[in-house]
Design a binder for this molecule. Sequence first.
Ligand code: SAH
Length: 219
Amino acid sequence: MDATQEREFAHQRALMVERHIAARGIKDPRILKAMKEVPRHKFVPQVVASKAYGPGALPIGSKQTISQPYIVARMIELLELTGKEKVLEIGTGTGYQAVVLSRLCAKVFSIERINELALRASELFRELKVYNATVKVFDGTYGWSDQAPFDRIIVAAAAPEVPEPLVQQLTRTGKMIIPIGSGASQKLARITRVGTGIQIEDCGAADFVPLVGRFGWKE
Ligand code: SAH
């Protein structure tokens, strides 16, 4: 890709942040800066690259989608990152959200169940010189017990209920963002631990692909 084209994408990216993210209420300057910098067009399939900086979700193959830029920003904002956190992401997809996260926390552990998606994402991490994010292929509803506990967990697919292993892998003061529900009736939930139980905050409507696995929807 030539320099003129890269400049055009950078221009579109600034407009995306202005119109579809900042204008919709995301204020954290660190999130806005990260999303102004991460080249989203490299993550989406070439046939939809011209739409990479539009407001919508886009198909990424294997019947999956990359979330709308606003939703990525909103979920990350709800995580309240300071830069020091160890974060677990379930549903790597293209790796776009993981790369945005990698600029806002200490370390990202991301799990994807589809091999081809995980492979492509880790290639992109290398290409973009992102060294604090790693991907593994696994059923993410089990979490990543070798690396637990996590300060934050972000789930990019909708679950029938909060997967218990993920609650167990949160630190005492940890937070998890996860869409709960099916089809058109999903809610974005923020989970915090309180004693031996959890507190659930409703953070609005959501529209994600299903979280499939042992503690998710059955295949
Ligand atoms: N965050 C991604 C988009 C995620 S789409 C991005 O920035 O591109 C949701 C992803 O969750 C899909 O790739 C899907 O394969 C994956 N997924 C669904 N169930 C899963 C599970 N149990 N474990 C890991 N990944 C899962």
